[in-house]
Structures are given as C-alpha cells and as structure tokens.
Ligand binder design. Structure first.
Ligand code: DMJ
Length: 855
C-alpha cells in the first residue's frame, strides 16, 4: 500500500506524455490526399510563373509580371545595382532548367535546353555581378548538364544531349576568371562579360558572400571540364577569406577590400552579405570531401552560435567585439540558416529559429526583408524569397513532423492570395500594404516553387536520388560523385585539436530523440505572446559587463533603434540551472517594473488636456520634444484614411489642426510623416487595442525609424482616453485641446482649477512595492556601473599594450567605435590581430557579491 502514491505519479506522468503527443499530432496532421493536392497546386504555381515568363518575356532575363513583358539590361529603365544580375542571357530560363526536372517534365526540359543552346550567348558588353552570375547562370547550366547526362539513358527525350551546356558553362566560367586577378585572390564583385575587369579596376569592395560563394560551381566546372583553373581560383579566394577571419572570435565581417584584404564592414551576422559563405564552407566539404572546409565551418558555426545566436534570434555583432550587437534588426536572408543547421545535424536550434521566423511570417503574412527583434517591420519588401521554404523543407525531412507541411501550406496560401497576378507572381513592395512590384526574380522559379513542390512531394518520386547530390545556394544540383575517391569519408578521420573537439561535441548534440513540437511550444509562448506586448524597458543598459552577467542568466539585452532596451530570456542559454532560476526571477521583477511605470521607465510622459481633464500620453522618439513648459493648443480633426498609412486625402480639412490617426498597419513615424505633409501641427495616434488605458498599461514612447525629418510633435493615446477625446469632439466641434509635458500640464491646470472640478491624473501605483524597491536598488547598481564606466573613458587614451580592461563609452552613451578606438589606442600602429588580442572580451564581474547584489 505504501508504494501506491509513487506508482500513481508514474502513471500520471506517462499519461501526460501520451496526451501531449496525441494532441500535437491531431493539430498538425496532414492527410496524404491534402499533401498531394498541395503538391499539385505547387506544380500549377510553377507553371503559371514559368509559362508567363516564356510566353511574355523570354529571351529576356526576367519577367515583369505587372507590365507582362521582359526586363532587358540597357533597355528597361535601370534599377541601379539590382540590375547587375541581368546579362541579357535569358537568366530566368537557365535558372529554371532543373526545376523542370524536379517536376518530371522532360519534354519541356529538353525543349528548354535546346532554346538555351540556340539563343543564349555571353559575349555582351555588360557588367554583371560575379556572384549572381556564378550561382544562377553557371550553377543553372552545370546542374542542367549533370541532370541531362544522368537521365539521358532512361529518358528518350534527352538522348540527343551531348554536353553542349557544359561547353557553355566553360565559356561563361572563362569570362568570370579575370575577376580573380587581384593581389589577394578575392574576386572583384563585378565583371564585364566581354572585357573582363577593363574599366573596373577602380572597384575595391566586395561582400563576403560574394567572394565566398564560388567554390561549388567553380570546382564542379573544373572537375567536369578537366580544367583545374576554376577550382584553383575559388580555393584561393576561400583560403584568403579564412585567413582574414577574426582570429579570436572566428567571425567574419560583411564587406572586404579586394586589394588588401582589409575589412570594410565589420558587422557579422548570418544574413545579407555573408550568408552563403558559411553555407559554402559546409557544402564544399560535402561536395568535395575536403576536410579543411568542415573544420573551418565548425569554427565559424561555433562562433555564430556563441555570439550571434540569442536563443532563436540571430543578431549581428561586431566581429572584433562580438559581445556587442551591431544591428537591431534581422534580415530575411538569414532564413536559410535553420536549413543549414539541419544539414549539419543540429536540429534543435534549427527548430527554434524556424519557429521564430514563422512567428514573423504569421504576423506580417510574409517575412519582410528586415525586421526588428520585437518583430516589427524594418524594411517591408518581400521579393518572394525561398529561404524560409528551404529551411521548412529540410526541417520536414529531418523531423518527419507534419507541422512543416502546415507551414508550407500557409506560405502557399499567402503566395496565392497576395502575389499571384494574371502574368506570373509579383513581388510585394511592402508587407504592410501588400502593394505589388513589377518584379519576379529568377529565384522564384529556381528555388521558391522548387522547394514548395519538393516539400509536398516525396523525395523518392524525384527523377534522381537526392542523396547523390548537394543543392547549391540557388538550389541547383551538383553530384557528390565529383569528390575525389575516399576524401568525403567520415568526420572521424579529421585531425582537430582538443579545443575544436570540445566545440564540435557542442555543435552536434544528439537530436535523435528530439520531438520538434516540444521545442516549438515554449518558443511559441515566449515569442508569440511576448512579442505582442510592449517590451521591457529600462534606462540605457550598455555596459558589456552587465550584458555578460545577464547573458549568464540566459537573458539577452537588445537595444532597439529608438534607444529602448529589450530583454529576452531563454532558459537553455543560461550558464547553469541556478543561473537560469536567477534569470527567471530577474525577468519577473522586470515585468512588474514594466507594467507599473512610465516616467520610471525613462519615458517623460506627455499629456493632453481635454475639457477639464488631463490624461497621460506617450511621446514620440521623433518630432518636436514635448518636455519642459512649452504647450500646444489646437483643434483636433480626423485624418482620411484614418490609419494615415498613405497620403492624407483630406489635407484641406486638417491643415493647421491636431490630426488624429489610428495605430496599426504602418509605423508611427510613417503616419506622422503623412500627417505633417498634410499640414497637421500635431499628431495624435489612438491605440487600436480595445479598452486600453494608461491606468492598466505602461506608457511608452513611439519608436522612430532612424530618419530625422519629422518636425511636428506627436502623442500616443490609449483607447479609453481616445474615446473620451472623440466623444468630446462630437459634443463640441470647436473643441480645443492642449498638449505638453504631463507634469507641466498638471502644474499649470490642476493648481488653477476649482476644487473638485479637475480630475487629477491617477498615478500608477506599484502593485508590489517591496519588489519594486528591490528592483530600483538593482537598477541603481546597474546605472552606477554604467556611470563608473563613463568616468573611466579618459583611461582609454593609452598605448596598445596598456589598453584598459574597461568598457569604452563615449559621452553620449554610445560605445566608441572600432575605428575611433584603434586610432586612439594604436597611434604607433597595431595590426588587426594585435587589436583583437587586446580587445576586451568583457568578463569582469560586477563588484557586488553576486551578479546583481541582492537578487
Ligand atoms: C538566391 O539567389 C540565393 O539563394 C542566394 O544565395 C541568396 N538569396 C537569393 C534568394 O533570396
């Protein structure tokens, strides 16, 4: 009898596991019939795009889906650098060839190859991007060649093929070769197809991804053609890139001077400018079996996971100071990363980052080109990129979890509903307005529809065995048979030092028993719910020592563009279970702090006087300052359209007034900009969250967007206060309201009013006074630390060897940037590596006994 309780607990536990699993299966299961129907719909999507291109644009490089005609270099009005992808060489057809094979359409594949052989030439006086021409054109030709060769024995329609595409690839490869004629071996970013680098010797810079995404195609070309020069050049470029990594952090920057190998931009992420360099380090090993590429990739991978990955979020840092973020936003290109992690075998973080991206996608329908760490749109364009689908495909294959089919279905529905036009599929200019752009990039057919189709299809139905190929960054097929015998064997033969071995163990956790839903679920709670709420705010928290201490507790500090600080807690990034528990406590207290304060949060509250009532209002991080005693009086009026996300239509009615718009659909700054253009003298933005009020929600300042062109003041009013305003306007069309700093309004109007006639503003009362005091104490320590660091600034003026182990902070609370720092500290000349070894990796523990004194 005594054993009973234990026994029943065990039973309950087992029951819980079974229940959770069943529930998950039920929610994401997709029937075979539905999967097939989605596969067929993906096929139709491909043909809708492909036929539109062939019927209306070919032999031009791209289809313009809105004007339904071809885009020609030198004929169609230029879009600047973006047009470097165009070489008047039928880019979209070449890029699409192997998608026809994936669809099993051999007749069209054969016809298309013949068209390419007959129509496409490269001898044009046109400057093109070396990187884009390599991955799309050269990759497209090689992949089609390899597949045609592989299939021609079994497919009568291809019997005629005799290596013509390989000859074309060699011609194109030779035209790219002069790009490598630099003293560093790092290729020029652009080349003239006819004249090589003639006239381009001025060009000095290229991106890391541009230089580091050549090796697969170039090696394949060498091994297929028997001419080693292509591969040699690309290896040399890769070797130089590896050499210029930051020796301490193992990170790479994004822009390089091709002549001296110096870094021009030292920000280091996994997205734009760098993405496919990392991809090609791993895939070069997979394709060529050269172990040095795996060893390099592992070093980079560990660096990325250590410094750039913050739980599911990936934020760029400075390569020389990897504890410091260099940007507050992520870009859509990084969505390839989970797919690469799957290829490596590190599935858990892949599931997490993919889930984060899915949250972004669900919020905005598409993943915008750039988005902030609290998932706001930073740059709203969406050119129908493939990366998110690519990762979805790999995660589905790795986990067998139908959830990823459901994700694919959401993407498919969004593409159909918002981007399908009569003549193809049009890019989205801004995910918030979903206005179309006259643009359908070649990767839409080469990758987006290919991955969509492959996701719903089954690998065994493909005409070739997928495991015999590696997919390039443009989803072209290159055969693993290209590897020299014996070299693509097991990792076990690699010689790596102890340190690397440790890192390697960390890199490849055993994810065999991973249940993806169990990883996604907490992610969803954390990202889905938290992202919707205003983030935690506190005073500028920039001291790396504090950031480091917080990071031990699993808390990342993200500084948003408007200066607000956001804390992100991820339990499994904490140093230990004890640290994780401390982190959780800290977050709880921060969250209480966040919900009760306005001025304490560093926001100087604005206010509005309507009739005889004064209400708190959120100021803007842009526009005229509302602090001090200056006040503005005016008549309120409504904007049309009321969301003010497009030009104001009733400017005649609203000019000279305090113009009201509602929150949502575009940024605060964008709304106020339109209101200003319409002649508003002040902007009032009303919350779109029903029944919100300053009494229940912390005041916040409206974010800016980094531009400095807004001159009128702006305030944010919660819904209940907004309702009072609109009701008052109805009662009195001549209503005049006054806006200013809340404290000044109260001083001026509350003192002067009759007793009982004024309703004083209710100050927020801390719900847990004890905890608040406690937190204030903690925060004052943080601020004291911060100020201490400020006063140490003078000590930075020392020689290289005496570099202080303290933080360098400028008077305006920003870190002294690397260039300024090196100028100051290295007047006698420090080379890159000298600097890096002295760069302070801030591990200093704050003076208090534990990380935050009393906590
Ligand atoms: C593609 O051309 C390639 O995937 C490249 O590596 C970067 N991204 C585009 C599509 O987004």
């Amino acid at each position: 009898m005594e054993r009973m309780p234990c026994y029943s607990i065990l039973l309950v536990f087992i029951f819980a596991i079974i229940y959770v699993k069943t529930d998950e299966e039920a929610s994401s299961h997709m029937s075979k019939a539905e999967r097939i129907s989605l596969r067929e719909e993906s096929r139709q999507m491909f043909y809708h795009a492909y036929d539109a291109y062939m019927d209306n644009a070919y032999p031009a490089d791209e289809l313009m889906p809105l004007s339904c005609k071809g885009r020609w270099r030198g004929v169609t009005p230029s879009r600047g650098d973006m047009d470097d992808v165009l070489g008047n060489f039928s880019l979209t057809l070449v890029d699409s060839l192997d998608t026809l094979v994936v669809m099993g359409d051999f007749a069209e594949f054969s016809r298309a190859i013949k068209l390419v052989i007959n129509d496409v030439t490269f001898d044009h006086d046109i400057v093109v991007s070396v990187f884009e021409t390599n991955i799309r054109m050269l990759g497209g030709l090689l992949s089609a060649h390899v597949l045609a060769e592989a299939l021609k024995g079994d497919v009568p329609a291809l019997e005629w093929y005799d290596g013509e595409l390989l000859a074309m690839a060699e011609d194109l490869g030779r035209r790219l070769l002069p790009a490598f004629n630099t003293s560093t071996g790092i290729p020029h970013g652009r080349i003239n197809l006819r004249h090589g680098i003639r006239g381009l010797s001025e060009s000095r810079e290229t991106c890391t991804a541009c230089a580091g995404t050549m090796i697969l195609e170039m090696a394949a070309l060498s091994r297929l053609s028997g001419n080693p020069v292509f591969e040699q050049k690309a290896h040399k470029a890769m070797d130089r890139l590896w050499k210029i990594r930051h020796r301490t952090s193992d990170l790479m920057g994004t822009v390089i001077n091709i002549h001296n190998g110096d870094w021009v931009r030292k920000d280091s992420g996994v997205g734009a400018g760098i993405d496919s360099y990392y991809e090609y380090c791993l895939k070069a090993y997979i394709l060529l079996g050269d172990e040095k590429y795996l060893a390099r990739f592992i070093r980079h991978y560990n660096a990325v996971m250590k410094y750039i990955s913050r739980g599911p979020i990936m934020l760029a840092v400075h390569m020389h100071r990897p504890h410091l973020q260099s940007r507050n936003f992520m870009d859509a290109l990084l969505a390839f990363w989970p797919g690469l992690q799957v290829l490596l075998g590190d599935v858990r973080p892949a599931v997490e980052t993919h889930e984060m991206l899915y949250q972004v996608m669900q919020r905005h329908t598409f993943i915008p080109e750039a988005f902030t760490s609290d998932f706001q749109v930073h740059w709203g364009q969406h050119p129908l990129r493939p990366e998110f689908l690519e990762s979805t495909y790999f995660l589905h294959r790795a986990t067998g979890d139908d959830h990823y089919l459901q994700v694919g279905k959401t993407v498919l529905r969004a593409l159909q509903a918002h981007t399908k036009v009569p003549c193809g599929y049009a890019a989205v200019n801004d995910v918030r307005t979903r206005v179309h752009e006259d643009r359908m990039d070649s990767f839409v057919i080469a990758e987006t529809f290919k991955y969509l189709y492959m996701l719903f299809g089954e690998d065994k139905d493909l005409p070739v065995k997928l495991e015999d190929y590696v997919l390039t960054t443009e989803a072209h097929f290159l055969p693993l048979s290209l590897a020299t015998d014996g070299k693509n064997g097991s990792y076990m033969t690699i010689k790596i030092d102890d340190e690397d071995e440790d890192k390697y163990k960390r890199t490849c956790p055993n994810t065999a028993s991973l249940v993806a839903e169990k990883v996604r679920q907490p992610m969803r709670q954390m990202l889905g719910s938290k992202a919707a709420r205003p983030p935690a705010r506190l005073r500028p928290l920039n001291d790396p020592r504090q950031i480091h201490a917080l990071s031990d507790m699993g808390i990342s500090v993200l500084t948003l563009p408007d200066g607000r600080v956001q804390l992100l807690y991820t339990v499994n990034t904490a140093k230990s279970a004890k640290d994780a528990a401390e982190g959780l406590n800290f977050m709880r207290e921060m969250s209480k702090f966040n919900s009760l304060s306005d001025t304490e949060n560093g926001v100087v509250a604005a206010g509005i006087k309507i009739n005889n009532k004064i209400f708190p209002a959120g100021p803007g991080h842009f526009g005229k300052d509302l602090t001090g005693s200056t006040m503005y009086s005016g008549t309120p009026a409504f904007a049309v359209p009321i969301d003010a996300c497009t030009a104001i239509e009733n400017s005649k009615d609203v000019a000279g007034k305090f113009v009201i718009a509602t929150r949502g659909d575009c940024t605060f700054a964008q709304k106020v900009r339109y209101l200003q253009e319409a002649g508003a003298t002040l902007a009032i933005i009303l919350d779109n969250v029903k029944s919100s009020s300053h009494e229940t929600t912390a005041l916040f300042a409206m974010s800016g967007d980094g531009k400095d062109d807004i001159e009128i003041p702006a305030i944010f009013l919660f819904s209940r206060e907004g309702l009072y305003l609109t009701a008052s306007m109805q009662e009195n069309p001549e209503l005049v309201v006054t806006v200013g700093e809340l404290r000044s309004l109260k001083q001026q109007f509350e003192v002067g009013c009759d007793n009982g006639n004024c309703e004083p503003v209710t100050d927020a009362v801390p719900s847990d006074k004890e905890s608040f005091d406690h937190l204030k104490k903690v925060l004052s320590q943080i601020v004291a630390q911060f100020e201490l660091s400020l006063s140490n600034e003078a000590t930075s003026q020392k020689s290289c060897s005496e570099e202080p182990k303290d933080l360098l902070v400028s008077k305006d609370n920003k870190f002294v940037n690397e260039e300024v720092r090196s100028q100051k500290a290295c007047t006698n000349g420090c080379d890159d590596d000298d600097r890096s070894s002295e760069t302070v990796d801030v591990h200093t523990t704050p003076p208090s006994t534990n990380k935050f004194g009393d906590i």
